[in-house]
Design a protein around this ligand. Sequence first.
Ligand code: Z16
Length: 826
Amino acid sequence: MLQVTETTERSTSTPATVDSFKDEFLRQLRYEQGVELGTASRDDLFQALAKTVRNYMVDNWLTTVETQKAAGSKVVAYLSAEYLMGPQLDNALLSTGLTDVADAALDSLGLSLDHVRATEVEPGLGNGGLGRLAACFIDSLATKNIPTIGYGIRYEYGIFRQTFVDGRQVEQPDSWLTNGTPWEIPHTEQAVEVRFGGHTEQAIDQTGRSVTRWIPGETVLAVPYNYMVPGYGTANVNTLRLWSAKATNAFDLHIFNSGDYEAAVRAQTVAENISKVLYPEDSTPQGKELRLKQQYFFVAASIADFLRTLPEGFDLKKLPERIVFQLNDTHPVIGVPELMRILVDERGLSWEDAWDITRRSFNYTCHTLLPEALEVWSVDLLGRLLPRHLEIIYRINEQFLAGIRATYPGDELRVRRMSIIQERPERAVRMAFLATVGSTKVNGVASLHSDLLRDKVLDDFSAYWPEKFTNVTNGITPRRFVQLSNPTLASLIDETIGAGWLNDLERLKELEPYAEDASFRKAFREVKQGNKDRFVSLLAQRDGIELASDALFDVMVKRLHEYKRQMLKLLHVVTIYDRVLKGEIKAADLTPRVVVFGAKAAPGYKMAKEIIFLINSVANVVNNAPELEGRLRVAFPANYNVTLAEKLIPAADLSEQISLAGKEASGTGNMKFALNGALTIGTLDGANVEIHDLVGGENFFLFGMTEPEVQSLSDAGYHPTSFYEGNASLRGAIDLISSGIFSGGDRTAFEFVISDLLYKDRFMVLADYQTYIEAQDRVEAAYADQESWSRMAILNVARTGFFSSDRSIQDYLDRIWHAPAVPIRK
Ligand code: Z16
């Protein structure tokens, strides 16, 4: 029997043999699923397999919990409303080192691991970059043995399933829990009560001090569900704890006491709606009451959960030595007044002591520059939902503004600018300001982004507190996005520089000399070709989309947003078609190209949805144009998610990162592509700036205005029509869209999009069009020389080890958290 050799430490303490694995799998199937092998459904097989693997992690998990508790050192509490985890089975197999064992065990039963793993439904508990970042970060924290709890919400419905009906996006609910998930362990007995509404009262406590009491109107139970987060190359297994809302019998005291049974039952449903569904907006939140309830719900539960783990009689002044709360965007910022409330109202600390503790316990990561993405909550709504918290926010603001007035006497304009409370268009709480005031450190997510935060969005704050501001450039986990998604590249790297790079990604540097090695380049191209073939067959089976795999794969995958400029990519496609139609270029001279889009639009974002319709309409015509046969294809598979990303990114030659400079905070897809050997065509925006610096300008297709150039054009007055009128190629593309050729002759079909481009174009698509087309021409020329292209691609892999999320986490530890590792002895 195959025995796994223990080369590195694993997240399993029991060395598994194929026989023991098989026995446990059969036991799961029989006694947990209640089926015979012969009659088991594919889902039965998956559930049994997943639970088998899960159980191999449990011993190390329990040891981790005990060891970290005994160490009593600082815990990182990552507070995030989103975790976009992706499928879990392969990652669990990788960290336990059980992949080969599972493969052999299933094989001996006449089953295929590939077949079974493909049924896994991914938990889509996030929108995009921010949620995926949280998932990468907890992976790296576990790998680095840092005591961590990831806190979040167990949405019953994650990000919607996107379908296309006649080219238009239609959203379907994501019922990821229909068959249950093998990865979670609920603990109803550890539920925490979370309160809402009601009013506050002044009272005198036993010691004769005046205290405020919050008399809430309703109570909801937060039930924790635990998920194991295994590290790689370590026995450490951390915890992700997601909260689910459950009604208490006395949810709404008023209705409960009135004896109206039906109303009381209805009220239960209302309570449980809190964790029902993920809000599907990425970067442009809607100010919905239920969303604020979600935020307070999970943050209040998380803080209470941590505080109850402290020993009896713990001196709360030492809290910042025991915990650091990281705010992933403003979504959890209500935690700042919540901790104040607990310390002052419930634990009897003075306001000053409580403020000192609170400020030292929180840090804030900002993920955006778009003004419309900065959350504000109306004072009206906040006061109704959380009356005591609003009082606390007012007092925090008073005290903060007193400090501002002392430093800048007479500068009332500045006071108004910096106030946590905005007066117009309505009185509302600026959550980013509250987060900044309530935190020790504030960080942006890429170098350019942090500079712009400091110098533009939060400039008054950085002038007042210069040492508060720092940068931590985002990263991605190489376990999922190289090893698991691109196993052939990972093997090639292993063979070339030896193992060990997967948690020491700067070692990819050792690949640099091989860029000059013709046989390595050939092997590297074979890896890429294999990934294209794999993607092509997946797409045929998943979407019925037929593609040729001997083409340049040009990929743009990310949320649909005007600032990300999918329109610019589409104008390139239309330009090629227009040039061919006009005979300006011969189709035969074109490099065969497959353009792949993947993008969900927020359901209420009309412009984004119209752009999706336009992309599908163009694809439909281009893909059926005989002139373009074998030269240009556009594929837009619906429902881009982590599962698809893992197959698509390794197949890409060209990575489209074309946002308007100064708008994309970081981007993380850009990093995944580079590490998988795609070249970037991009603007100097977000982390592209750092990618460009690291790989070198000669290995990057740079175009477009810089952020200062964008600023001056905007200051000077931007007129998109002048770009349209002054550029024949651009005019050709836009006129072709307006001609009705993509809409069965209907010239008005895309008016909504086109007139916005011509008369508003907030993200300056037309201004960057010309340099983008020129950069694409450079791409064509470069791709024609495959040896040189491979050299560039290899250097992209070799030079982007910096973007491991292990490095991001090390930066958080050094600059912000200062939490020591607690290694687990097996
Ligand atoms: C989000 O995904 C991001 C920002 C934001 O304010 C809200 C959401 Cl849901 C993204 C940024 O757009 C992206 O640039 C960045 O890479 C990502 O967060 C992670 O930092």
